[in-house]
Design a protein around this ligand. Structure first.
Ligand code: NAP
Length: 292
């Protein structure tokens, strides 16, 4: 059994605290709106009136607040920093690789061991065997408390000693998710203006999904291997993609669909074609994503 000082009882914090309690840990919780911390006492938590009291004398301090600004405002008060010294701080607030690294440097500079976490799930999935929480930072501390971390998400993993790595992976995975969600918005706009039943669309999308998954896998392998020139294994050249893409642009223009997404995608095709990459693989577009 581990004693945890927990800052934050929002939607995610509440799910985390309840799961820790269900797994037999002791939790002292602070929340800006005290009623939310009080509500957790019904499940066995102890509510504390200040962050320094919540993290005083515990084995691990865990933070899950809205953002790093809210977190910094609490952690960097002298009374809180002093209480954290010699302890493990686990930051489960979502942030960027930069905020993860900056907080890791601040923590270690103050004698605080640090793990920066990225929760790849919604509150209802906390405690599930299939849930992934990524951690980066102090490997020995992750290994020491691995069983506790696994109770929050059964697929949780330590990814790197680079404090920013968990948040970097979080941003990459979310970028992929938003690509899909924004793609769905475009597709649904097309089905709406063309009066195609959404269930009919869903049926044919499902049948097309293996093709989409295979193309995504091929792209990732080609970018990894630097095979971005057109070759005999190229599935479709940039010219072929762009020709098909123009049909979407025609619908967007003629049927009054918001062009923001297709304009952004189109700008990449145009940049590559302007540089003479018509016959190259779609993977060539990766070169237009990051400044050399
Ligand atoms: P939430 O329900 O809005 O809770 C936000 C928490 O932050 C509350 O405890 C809130 O306190 C506190 N807070 C906000 N501003 C504050 C300030 N200035 N000073 C002190 N405390 C402050 O949000 P959530 O969904 O639980 O998200 C919490 C974190 O988990 C975020 O970093 C989020 O990105 C991450 N996350 C959430 C999900 C999800 O599906 N919800 C998934 C992955 C990661 P009050 O109760 O007093 O407002």
């Amino acid at each position: 059994m581990t004693t945890i000082g927990f800052l934050g009882a929002g939607r995610m914090g509440t799910a985390l605290v309840r799961t820790l309690l269900q797994n037999g840990h002791q939790v002292q919780v602070w929340n800006r709106t005290a009623e939310k911390a009080e509500a957790l006492t019904a499940f066995g938590a102890t509510a504390k009136p200040t962050p320094e009291e919540a993290i005083g004398g515990v084995d691990i301090a865990i933070v899950n607040l809205l953002d790093y600004a809210a977190s910094d405002a609490q952690l960097r008060r002298p009374a809180v920093t002093e209480a954290l010294k010699g302890n493990l701080l686990v930051q489960l607030t979502s942030g960027s690789p930069m905020t993860g690294r900056e907080t890791g440097e601040w923590a270690t500079g103050n004698g605080i061991a640090y793990l920066d976490g990225a929760i790849m799930a919604t509150p209802d999935l906390i405690g599930d065997p299939g849930t992934l929480v990524l951690y980066s930072g102090s490997r020995p501390q992750f290994e020491q408390y691995q069983a506790l971390f696994m109770c929050l998400g059964g697929k949780s993993a330590f990814v790197s000693e680079d404090f920013g790595a968990a948040s970097a992976l979080d941003s990459a995975i979310l970028a992929q998710m938003w690509g899909t969600l924004f793609g769905a918005l475009q597709a649904l706009a097309v089905t709406r203006v063309e009066k195609i039943d959404p269930d009919t669309y869903a049926t044919f999308l499902k049948q097309s999904q293996p093709v989409i998954d295979a193309a995504t896998k091929d792209l990732m392998q080609r970018v990894r291997d630097g095979r971005d020139r057109g070759d005999e294994a190229t599935l479709a050249s940039i010219a072929a993609h762009n020709a098909a893409f123009h049909h979407l642009r025609d619908i967007v223009r003629d049927r009054g669909i918001n062009p923001a997404i297709s304009d952004a995608f189109g700008s990449l095709f145009e940049a590559a074609i302007a540089k003479g990459h018509q016959e190259d693989d779609f993977a060539m577009l990766a070169r237009f994503m990051v400044a050399a």
